[in-house]
Design a protein around this ligand. Structure first.
Ligand code: FES
Length: 369
């Protein structure tokens, strides 16, 4: 078993710096042992477990730079596909033998967009022993410090991944309040972690699973169709007393959010979006030159975000969620004004760090990229 603290101390020693000159000690270690060395959090794919026909769990064995995470948080997973780095955010769905596990569902019918590349890689090309890069855990889809008497988790499709993480955490601490899980899937075969969830609910009477199939009639499920007030009434949900969490497709989250707002309990709802909401602000007509100053490339890409413009110009900036959440794409804007496509807000003209995946130029912009 490697002692990572000793490795860290050795790498920081003056002798290691002298011997490795002109490179860093970490760069040699990274070359010799890619999943151990380097400054990034590297992880070896320890196991690949098929969950459904379209979803796999990757058990990741991180190096010593990994410092755990909170249940419900996501990590940005970066992989090399055909020589190009791709990043995307995935929730740590559970932990196996101390190793974080990410569960990834492939996204059929969405073409070859870059946002689907990592999902495809995980479902079609990954091998045990591959090395990936992960970020520290991030995100606010976590349990409140003071536990309420009732949790209501609403999930759609792969939105079950943080719900499993939160449920496992509550089970591990011996939570005795009520937990209801309202889980929407097209068909029963699409339900990720179904056996695990059924086993938990059989063992613990305070946890109830309500599986809802939206496209087929399934044995043993009392509800069907998309989220509705009727579903909440059927499971006896009390919005005023529950801490509610929703994660899944945008349509599900929008419907749940609107219901909680109308009921006057929006403050009791925590949301996690996996898919970008539709761009609420029109971006057509924004045809401003963008100078990528580090690369000395100028691009004019009307209607595109700065991330899309950079990619269109042949650059390869890092990105994760592509929806302004993870900050992986953050770059220094040295001049010019940009509009945030989520809010319509226009920035100052001065220097600042911006998330380029949700920024479009409204004046000529210079980006340190
Ligand atoms: S890629 Fe996540 S914030 Fe831009």
């Amino acid at each position: 078993m490697l002692n990572f603290n000793l490795i860290d101390q050795a790498l920081k020693s003056p002798l290691a710096r002298i011997l490795s000159w002109p490179h860093s000690p970490e760069s040699y270690l990274e070359f010799l042992a890619p999943n151990v060395g380097g400054r990034a959090i590297k992880a070896r794919v320890k196991a690949v477990n098929q969950q459904t026909a379209r979803a796999v769990s990757l058990v990741l064995e991180p190096n010593h730079r990994w410092n755990s995470h909170q249940a419900g948080q996501y990590v940005t997973l970066t992989v090399s596909i055909n020589g190009r780095r791709h990043s995307r955010c995935f929730t740590v769905s559970h932990v196996e033998d101390g190793c974080p596990v990410v569960t990834i569902q492939s996204r059929e019918g969405e073409g070859d967009s870059q946002i689907t590349s990592v999902s495809r890689w995980a479902n079609e090309s990954v091998w045990v022993g591959d090395t990936v890069e992960i970020s520290a855990g991030a995100g606010d889809f976590v349990l409140p410090a003071k536990r309420p008497e009732h949790f209501l988790f609403i999930a759609g499709g792969s939105g079950i991944t943080p719900v499993r993480a939160l449920t496992d955490e509550l089970v591990a601490e011996g939570y005795t309040g009520q937990i209801d899980i309202l889980y929407y899937v097209p068909a029963k075969v699409d339900a990720i972690f179904l056996r695990h969830l059924e086993a938990v609910t059989e063992a613990l009477p305070n946890i109830r699973l309500h599986l809802v199939c939206t496209r087929e009639k399934a044995e043993g499920t009392a509800l069907r169709g998309h989220f509705s007030e009727f579903h909440l009434a059927s499971i006896g949900a009390d919005l005023a007393k529950s801490a509610a969490y929703v994660c899944g497709p945008a349509a599900l989250i929008d419907a749940v959010e609107s219901h909680w707002q109308q009921a006057g309990h929006a403050n009791r709802l925590t949301m996690e979006r996996f898919q970008a909401a539709a761009r609420p602000v029109a971006v057509e007509g924004d045809a401003q030159p963008v100078l990528f100053s580090d690369s000395n490339i100028t691009s004019t890409a009307p209607g595109m975000t700065l991330l899309e413009a950079a990619e269109g110009a042949g650059l390869n900036p890092s990105y994760g969620c592509r929806q302004g959440i993870c900050r992986t794409c953050t770059c220094r804007k040295t001049s010019g004004q940009v509009r945030d496509i989520r809010t319509g807000e226009i920035s100052d003209a001065g220097e600042e760090d911006i998330a380029i995946c949700v920024s479009v130029p409204v004046t000529p912009v210079t980006l340190a990229l």
